[in-house]
Design a protein around this ligand. Structure first.
Ligand code: SIN
Ligand code: CO
Length: 375
């Protein structure tokens, strides 16, 4: 699948831009026509299970207001002609055909992809100049939008404002994006997008845990186990009983690093944590489970499986194959099956030789609702 990077090769993009500097890709998606319109987005924003916001206001006036969904028809009817934006998170999970768009970002590790957030803005609509902690690809899906960015900025935020808006903002660079154009921004670059005409921006958002996320998750995982406790059989008296001395500090560090140095344990931890981190919904098991015979019959008939859009999948290599993680649960299987299942939302299993272990994993994945058959 060619990466949507225009003339840039993946290698060039990763070496020069990824996590380093903004990159404008003209016609990353030539002739792009959105599969979803502003009205569909408004419809989704009326559903309680979708996370949505309406932001009104502009910069430099700083007359911001923020409302959270779900919304009703009256909310949309009451909006002015200009200067508002509707934003909905996780749209590809609510509208699974859009998973195909996400698949085009498979030049990045799948576990780094977060969601597709779609914004619909009236002319003049903006969420204000701000800084995000995550990488993002801002695809202009409809209408024109001007993006201004700056690597150097005063981090002071506007006080008493529900939005994280920068008080001041001096752009260093700006671009006008047309449908199909895409702007990549690394974390920590201030940006301000203003709709020049009514239109949509589709944000393909990445995610990355910070050290607190990781240590908290590790702590939660260890809390349920019988784990090593601090010991000091080599203790020497030194007359400084109030001090936590450097030997004690060293023992504490060693105690804390033991779970990180347990390679199989750490691999399992990483897979479990990274496939459920920032997941807004747990995939639900199906009403009826499938017998092994039915699974064999379905596969033989060439039936197509579809991954639950809320299921994040990733695998780690183990001594005898792979541990495939689905939304926090690990399943043993072959590397070949793990790769097939991760590669596409509708994985190609035609002619795939399933041994007993792979068969058991596949049937568990179906039974637990991570995969379903397409009718
Ligand atoms: C937007 O689509 O209006 C905001 C996207 C962003 O700045 O991250
Ligand atoms: Co942003």
């Amino acid at each position: 699948m060619p990466a949507p990077l225009g003339k840039l090769s993946v290698e060039h993009f990763l070496a020069e831009y990824w996590q380093k500097q903004p990159c404008l890709i003209r016609q990353a998606f030539p002739g792009f026509t959105p599969e979803l319109e502003g009205d569909d987005l408004a419809g989704l924003a009326c559903e309680p299970m979708a996370e949505s916001r309406i932001v009104t206001g502009s910069f430099p006036e700083h007359d911001w207001s923020l409302r959270n969904g779900p919304f009703g028809d009256a909310d949309f009817a009451g909006l002015p002609e200009t200067r508002w934006t509707l934003l909905v998170q996780d749209v590809e999970k609510h509208y699974p055909p859009l998973m195909e768009l996400m698949e085009q970002f498979c030049f990045l590790p799948g576990w780094r992809l977060d969601d597709l957030m779609i914004s619909y803005a009236a002319p003049g609509g903006s969420v204000g100049p701000h800084v995000d902690q995550y990488d993002v690809f801002l695809l202009q899906a409809e209408g024109q939008r001007r993006w201004q960015v700056s690597g150097q900025y005063d981090p002071a935020l506007l006080e008493d404002c529900a939005l994280n808006v920068l008080k001041t903002f001096e752009p260093e660079q700006e671009w006008l994006l047309e449908p199909g154009d895409m702007l990549y921004l690394p974390p920590g670059v201030a940006h301000h997008g203003v709709a020049l005409t009514a239109g949509m921006t589709w944000s393909i958002g990445l995610r990355a845990p910070d050290v607190a996320d990781l240590l908290m998750a590790m702590g939660e995982r260890l809390a349920g186990d019988t784990v090593a406790r601090y010991q000091d059989p080599d203790l020497k008296a030194d007359g400084r009983s109030g001090e936590i001395d450097s030997k004690a500090l060293e023992r504490l560090k060693q105690l804390m690093s033991a779970p990180l140095n347990d390679e199989p344990g750490f691999r399992r931890f990483a897979g479990e944590f990274l496939t459920r981190f920032r997941l807004a919904q747990e995939p639900a098991p199906p009403d009826e489970s499938l017998s092994a015979d039915e699974l064999v019959t379905q596969l033989a008939a060439g039936a197509q499986l579809f991954r639950n859009p809320w299921t994040r999948l990733a695998w780690v290599e183990t001594a005898d194959g792979a541990l495939l993680f689905a939304a926090g649960t690990g399943f043993e299987c072959s590397i070949a099956l793990a790769q097939r299942l991760c590669a596409r939302t509708e994985p190609d299993l035609s002619g795939f030789p399933l041994d007993d272990r792979d068969f058991a994993t596949l049937s568990e994945l179906v039974d637990t609702g991570h995969f379903a058959w397409i009718d």
